[in-house]
Design a binder for this molecule. Structure first.
Ligand code: FAD
Length: 460
C-alpha cells in the first residue's frame, strides 16, 4: 500500500493527498452524522488528467473509489466504509468555470464548482442557472449531477437531468468520455450522459458539465399563504398553474409541526401559523409591480386563512430564509426518521392523510414534520415519537419505513425523489424497485465497472 500511496502522491501532489486522521476527518462523516467511515486516504486531484491517472492506478491496485463533492448527501452516498481500504476522491480542486456561451445559453463548469458559484457565473453573464437548494453554498455540480438534484425551482425548470446539455466523465478504467458540446438536439445514438446523472458515483467520476442557462427574471412575486389543509394546497397549485402557466416557479409547503420547529429556532421570521403554509413564487421578465399586481388580484379571489406578500427583495429573502432553514432547524430539534418521497401531485393529499393515520395507529402520539416541494409531489417527511424508556428511535426505523413506503408505492410513488439512495435506502430500493429495472441497471454497472471499484457498498 505504501507504494500505491507514493504513486498517488506523485499524481495529485503530496499536499493534496491526505492520510492523517485529523486531515481526513471532514470527509469521513456524512451531513446527518449517521455514517462514519475510515478511508485509506483522501485524494484531491486538480484536473481531469489527474483523475484519469488516479483511476487507472486504483484499478491496477484494486483500490475502491468513493467520489465526494460537497458531502451534503443526506443518505450516506459519499461516505466510505469503515474498512480503511477505500479511497475518497474529493473533487473540490476541479473548480474552473471553463466557458460561458451566452448565445447558446450554456455554461461549462468543472465538477468541483459549488452550485452557488455556478449560479454566480451565470448571473455575471446576465443569465440564470435555476437549480436552487438550501445546501447550494457547499454542494458541488458533480454531486448535483450524481444525485439528479431537484430543489425549489423544479416546477418550472426541471431537475439536474433536464438542466444538463453534456458532461465529461472518467470511466472506471480511466478513459475520459467527453461530451461537452452543448447541443440541444442530437439523435446519434444513446444519450450516454444520462447514465451518469443519478448514478451516485457508481459508474464513474464526473469531471465537468455543460449546463443550460435561462434569461434572468427581472420580477418576482412571492407570497406565504395559510391554508386549511393539503387538499386546498393542491387545488391552489392547479389553479395557479392554470392562471400563471410557467411563471409559477415555486410551490413549497410546510405542515403545522414544521412551523413549530421554525418558531422554536427562528421566531422573529415566522409571519403567522396555519394548518399548512404555502410559499408561492412567480417570476417573469417584465416589471415587478405588474407581476405583484397580477398575484394580488388572483389572491383576492381566493379563500385563505392568512397571507403575506413580499413587498420588496428583503421581505422576499426573509420568506425564503424560513424555507431554507428548515433542515438545519430540524437537525437542532433532535432525531427523526427521514423520508424524501414523491407521488403524483394528485395523490399527495391521500398520502398525507392515510400515512399519518396508519403511523398514529402503530405509534400513538407520533409527530410528523412534513414540508417540501409540493409542486413536484415531493415531501420531506420526518417521523419521531418517544419510545418507552426513551429507547433509541431508530430501533423502530424499519417499521416506520415499511408503513411510509407501502403508502408511497401504493400511490405510484418513489422512496428517493431528489436526495438519492446511498446507503440509507439501498435495502428498501431492492424491495420496492421493479426487479427488471434493477437487473438492467446492474448489467450496465457490470459492463462499465466489472471490478466493482466505483463507490461500492451503495445501492448498485
Ligand atoms: C440543508 C440541505 C438541504 C438540501 N436540500 C436539497 C434539495 O432541496 N434538493 C435536493 O435535490 N437535494 C438537497 N439536499 C441534498 C444534497 O445537497 C444534494 O443531494 C446534492 O446534490 C449533493 O451534492 P454534493 O456535492 O454535496 O454531493 P456529495 O454529498 O458529496 O455526494 C453525493 C453523491 O454524488 C457522488 N458524487 C459527488 N461528486 C461526484 C462526481 N464528481 N462524480 C461522480 N460522483 C460524484 C457521491 O459519491 C455520492 O454518491 C440538501 C442537503 C442539505 C444538507
Amino acid at each position: 500500500m505504501n507504494d500505491f500511496l507514493a504513486q498517488l502522491a506523485a499524481i495529485v501532489g503530496p499536499q493534496h493527498l491526505l492520510t492523517d486522521d485529523i486531515d481526513t476527518a471532514p470527509f469521513t462523516l456524512d451531513w446527518r452524522r449517521r455514517y462514519q467511515g475510515a478511508p485509506l486516504a483522501v485524494a484531491q486531484p486538480g484536473s481531469t488528467q489527474e483523475v484519469s491517472a488516479l483511476v487507472k492506478l486504483c484499478r491496477a491496485h484494486r483500490v475502491a473509489i468513493v467520489p465526494q463533492g460537497g458531502n451534503t448527501s443526506t443518505c450516506g452516498a459519499a461516505t466510505p466504509d469503515a474498512s480503511g481500504r477505500q479511497l475518497v476522491v474529493a473533487l473540490r480542486r476541479l473548480n474552473a468555470v471553463r466557458h460561458v456561451d451566452t448565445d447558446n445559453n450554456a455554461l461549462t463548469v468543472e465538477a468541483g464548482v459549488t452550485l452557488q458559484e455556478a449560479q454566480q457565473a451565470a448571473e455575471a453573464a446576465g443569465r440564470l442557472f435555476p437549480l436552487a437548494l438550501a445546501s447550494q453554498g457547499t454542494c458541488q455540480i458533480g454531486g448535483n449531477l450524481s444525485t439528479n438534484a431537484g430543489g425549489v425551482a423544479v416546477l418550472r425548470y426541471g431537475t439536474m437531468r433536464e438542466l444538463t446539455l453534456g458532461l465529461e466523465a472518467v470511466l472506471p478504467d480511466g478513459r475520459v468520455l467527453s461530451q461537452l458540446q452543448g447541443l440541444r438536439k442530437d439523435t446519434t445514438g444513446l444519450d450516454l450522459k444520462q447514465l451518469f446523472i443519478g448514478a451516485e458515483g457508481q459508474l464513474g467520476l464526473i469531471t465537468a458539465a455543460t449546463l443550460k442557462l435561462f434569461p434572468l427574471p427581472s420580477a418576482h412575486a412571492t407570497a406565504m399563504i395559510g391554508l386549511a389543509d393539503i387538499e386546498t394546497a393542491i387545488a391552489w397549485l392547479n389553479r395557479l398553474r392554470d392562471r400563471f402557466g410557467d411563471r409559477l416557479t415555486a410551490f413549497e409547503v410546510m405542515d403545522a409541526n414544521c412551523q413549530q420547529v421554525l418558531l422554536r429556532h427562528h421566531p422573529s421570521l415566522m409571519p403567522f401559523t396555519a394548518p399548512w403554509l404555502v410559499l408561492i413564487e412567480l417570476s417573469d421578465g417584465g416589471g415587478a409591480a405588474e407581476l405583484n399586481d397580477a398575484l394580488v388580484r388572483w389572491l383576492a379571489e381566493q379563500d385563505m386563512l392568512d397571507g403575506v406578500l413580499a413587498q420588496n427583495e428583503t421581505e422576499r429573502r426573509k420568506l425564503w430564509t424560513l424555507r431554507e432553514e428548515i433542515s438545519e432547524s430540524q437537525r437542532k430539534d433532535g432525531p427523526s426518521i427521514k423520508h424524501d418521497i414523491a407521488v403524483p401531485t394528485s395523490a399527495l393529499p391521500r398520502l398525507v392523510r392515510d400515512c399519518a393515520a396508519d403511523l398514529d395507529k402503530a405509534f400513538p402520539g407520533v409527530r410528523i414534520v412534513a414540508f417540501g416541494h409540493a409542486g413536484d409531489g415531493n415531501l420531506h417527511y420526518n417521523v419521531s415519537f418517544t419510545r418507552p424508556g426513551n429507547a433509541d428511535l431508530f430501533e423502530d426505523e424499519d417499521a416506520v419505513n415499511a408503513i411510509v413506503y407501502d403508502h408511497v408505492y401504493r400511490l405510484g410513488g418513489t422512496l428517493a425523489a431528489e436526495h438519492g439512495v446511498g446507503q440509507l435506502k439501498k435495502d428498501w430500493l431492492a424491495r420496492y424497485k421493479d426487479p427488471l429495472a434493477l437487473e438492467l441497471m446492474r448489467g450496465i454497472k457490470r459492463a462499465l465497472d466489472p471490478d466493482g471499484l466505483m463507490n461500492p457498498g451503495k445501492w448498485l
